[in-house]
Design a protein around this ligand. Structure first.
Ligand SMILES: *[C@@H]1O[C@H](CO)[C@@H](O)[C@H](O)[C@H]1NC(C)=O
Ligand SMILES: *[C@@H]1O[C@H](CO)[C@@H](O)[C@H](O)[C@H]1NC(C)=O
Ligand SMILES: *[C@@H]1O[C@H](CO)[C@@H](O)[C@H](O)[C@H]1NC(C)=O
Ligand SMILES: *[C@@H]1O[C@H](CO)[C@@H](O)[C@H](O)[C@H]1NC(C)=O
Ligand SMILES: *[C@@H]1O[C@H](CO)[C@@H](O)[C@H](O)[C@H]1NC(C)=O
Ligand SMILES: *[C@@H]1O[C@H](CO)[C@@H](O)[C@H](O)[C@H]1NC(C)=O
Ligand SMILES: *[C@@H]1O[C@H](CO)[C@@H](O)[C@H](O)[C@H]1NC(C)=O
Ligand SMILES: *[C@@H]1O[C@H](CO)[C@@H](O)[C@H](O)[C@H]1NC(C)=O
Length: 492
């Protein structure tokens, strides 16, 4: 009802404005506290709307209202008024829509221009970025080619190295074969030498008996000569014959004397060998008190072994098992070398695991380890009881009753540790101690000692893991100038 009233008022205001002057463009409507202003296009230049014709009709009808009221005319007037108002309302709505549209299109325009400028800026940035990234890509490609170049060069080098390594390996293989062939030849020669020695011994005995016979003959001859001389003295006649006989006899005697001398020389030399000893302690007891090389014969064996006897240290009688003094012998060797022994008893050597086993298991032996550092300080470790098992137990070590000056703790490994070489790894380490530490030894994992490690000259000051080691005396690197391992009967 309020809305209807407002529209009615609006319409009335419009009518008023239209009648007063068509030039007026602004239209005000007051409704309660609110006022409405309409700005409309000029009426004159527009075709009169049908709506307005209706109002004109209404306007024209207005003066006739003075006529006596008729129910019907009133009714129609009211209806007309209502429809006009409705038309106006529609018109107003159209107007509103038009304004809305205008406003929206304006906004869109603004938005579009803003978007345009932004897009331009973005495009510029985009192009900048593109050019920059192209630059980067080019640089990256350069770097990549360089890297590829380096890589290919490295690969070529690697290939060359591996070829070189292969050649070296082949060479080493050949050398190893050569070495094994040589060592085979060596053992063959050793056997021949032994055979020769045996023959020589037999010949010697023959010569000795011959010598005795010759001595007897010589005595008889000299007796004869003196008798003859006496006869010669008594009978000055027959001198020619006698002289001739004498000359003959003298010649014979001279020959015999030369032979006797020769025999004496020959029998004096090998006099020591004609007796057999089982170790250096027995040799010492037999009266030889000089340290040096002697022959021993192992129990239940005909094999004669040359050993070095130390007749001075702590009462003497020591059979030397191992000796290092100047690094002249290579100790980084395989199982077979350690089994058979290597080096010369006069210098650096390893007596041989088979011999050490046979010797130390034939009776109770004690072990003496003599050490000298590069300042010349000497020390020793002593074990009351020492032996090693046979090859079927991998020469397991057994050493008890430790004492000495080379450390307060024993540097030999536990009871039962097996022997390892570079080609037979019997240690308790997942590594190969013999290859790491070098030499053959009773490595545990890898243990505090290795007297068969590499002999570094005294001038070397760098700590080496593979050097000679007697840990509880000098730490990981002994820098020994001398080591000796030697045994003597425990009851000596
Ligand atoms: C209102 O408009 C319609 C068409 O838009 C017209 O037929 C009608 O006659 C108009 N009424 C008045 C009172 O002008
Ligand atoms: C007008 O109409 C009303 C009812 O519709 C009626 O009572 C009244 O008499 C009428 N007046 C005239 C003058 O016809
Ligand atoms: C690698 O780079 C070197 C110089 O840096 C050049 O002489 C050689 O030709 C390049 N090799 C390749 C395969 O690009
Ligand atoms: C010379 O020796 C022979 C026999 O030896 C002897 O018969 C002879 O009488 C000797 N002659 C002289 C002159 O002594
Ligand atoms: C090493 O010592 C041994 C025995 O003392 C000797 O025969 C040998 O010549 C020495 N070798 C070197 C390289 O000094
Ligand atoms: C020597 O051989 C005999 C018999 O074969 C044996 O009873 C003895 O134990 C052996 N001795 C050694 C030290 O091997
Ligand atoms: C000795 O060593 C070999 C290989 O090095 C091994 O096969 C064997 O079992 C070892 N013997 C013993 C008794 O441990
Ligand atoms: C060493 O081992 C042997 C057997 O392998 C055993 O009879 C002996 O008692 C052991 N000695 C020590 C001190 O453990």
């Amino acid at each position: 009802m309020g809305r209807l009233l407002a529209l009615t008022l609006a319409y009335l205001a419009y009518l008023l404005a239209a009648t007063i002057g068509s030039e007026r463009q602004q239209h005000h409507v007051q409704h309660g506290p609110c006022s409405y202003t309409f700005i409309l296009p000029e009426v004159e230049h527009c075709h009169p709307l049908r709506d307005f014709r209706v109002t004109n009709t209404l306007q024209r009808d207005s003066p006739s209202e003075a006529e006596p009221d008729s129910n019907e005319s009133k009714q129609t007037k009211l209806e007309n008024l209502e429809s006009a108002m409705e038309n106006n309302t529609q018109w107003l709505q159209k107007l509103e829509n038009f304004i809305h549209e205008n406003v929206r299109s304006g906004m869109e325009e603004i938005k579009r221009t803003a978007v345009h400028t932004q897009t331009a800026a973005m495009l510029e940035m985009g192009t900048n970025l593109l050019s920059q990234s192209a630059e980067q890509t080019r640089k990256l490609t350069d770097v990549e080619t360089q890297v590829l170049n380096q890589t290919s060069r490295l690969e070529i080098q690697l290939l060359e190295y591996s070829l070189f390594t292969n050649r070296l390996e082949k060479h080493i293989l050949l050398q190893t074969q050569e070495i094994s062939r040589l060592s085979d030849k060596n053992s063959f020669l050793e056997q021949r030498l032994l055979a020769l020695e045996a023959r020589y011994g037999r010949e010697l005995q023959g010569l000795q008996s011959e010598k005795q016979q010759l001595q007897e003959i010589l005595e008889r001859q000299s007796r004869l000569v003196s008798k003859l001389q006496g006869e010669l003295g008594s009978s000055t006649f027959n001198s020619t014959l006698l002289q001739r006989q004498q000359a003959m006899l003298t010649h014979t005697v001279q020959q015999l004397l030369a032979m006797v001398n020769h025999c004496n020389e020959m029998s004096n030399m090998p006099k020591e060998e004609s007796l057999t000893f089982r170790d250096c302690a027995e040799i010492l007891r037999s009266g030889m008190t000089e340290s040096g090389i002697y022959s021993i014969q192992l129990p239940n064996s005909t094999q004669t072994i040359k050993v070095f006897c130390d007749m001075k240290t702590r009462g003497g009688g020591w059979t030397v098992l191992q000796h290092r003094t100047n690094g002249s012998v290579n100790f980084h060797r395989g199982w077979r070398d350690y089994k058979m022994g290597f080096g010369e008893p006069s210098g650096e050597h390893w007596l041989g695991n088979d011999i050490i086993h046979k010797l130390t298991s034939s009776q109770e032996y004690s072990l003496q380890v003599q050490l000298k550092d590069r300042e010349g300080n000497e020390a020793f470790s002593h074990y009351d009881r020492f032996y090693i098992d046979g090859e079927d137990s991998n020469y397991s070590l057994h050493a008890e009753g430790f004492s000495g000056t080379a450390g307060r703790t024993s540097s030999l490994t536990h009871n039962g540790t097996q022997f390892s070489t570079k080609d037979r790894d019997n240690d308790l380490c997942t590594c190969k101690c013999s290859q790491l530490a070098s030499g053959g030894w009773w490595f545990e994992a890898c243990g505090p000692s290795n007297l068969n490690g590499i002999y570094y000259p005294a001038s070397t000051s760098v700590v080496r893991y593979n050097g000679i080691k007697w840990y509880y005396w000098k730490g990981p690197n002994l820098m020994a100038t001398m080591t000796t391992m030697m045994v003597r009967p425990a009851n000596f």
